[in-house]
Ligand binder design. Structure first.
Ligand SMILES: [Zn+2]
Length: 80
């Protein structure tokens, strides 16, 4: 098994970890609904980008809710 020749100094460790920091993503408010989103991307809430509807967020939401309901029903049937 490979063994390090020398103990890593505190300075070395800290120097290596200077690149480990996380940055806060830049968010912009949607012009349509005001929801915070990543810039240059369609709004996840209303599906608008550049004044046009580009995403069908309603059907996605409905699908999600349906799936959730079915999941709960399955759990109920298991309990009974
Ligand atoms: Zn929006």
């Amino acid at each position: 098994m490979a063994v390090p020749k020398k103990k890593t100094s505190y300075r070395r460790t800290r120097q290596r970890r200077t690149h480990h920091g996380l940055s806060v993503p830049t968010l912009v408010a949607c012009a349509k609904c005001g929801e915070k989103n990543l810039p240059h991307r369609a709004c996840a809430n209303c599906g608008f980008y550049g004044g046009k509807k580009v995403l069908d967020t309603q059907s996605k939401l409905a699908k999600k809710l349906k799936k959730k309901e079915n999941g709960e029903k399955k759990q109920d049937s298991k309990e009974q």
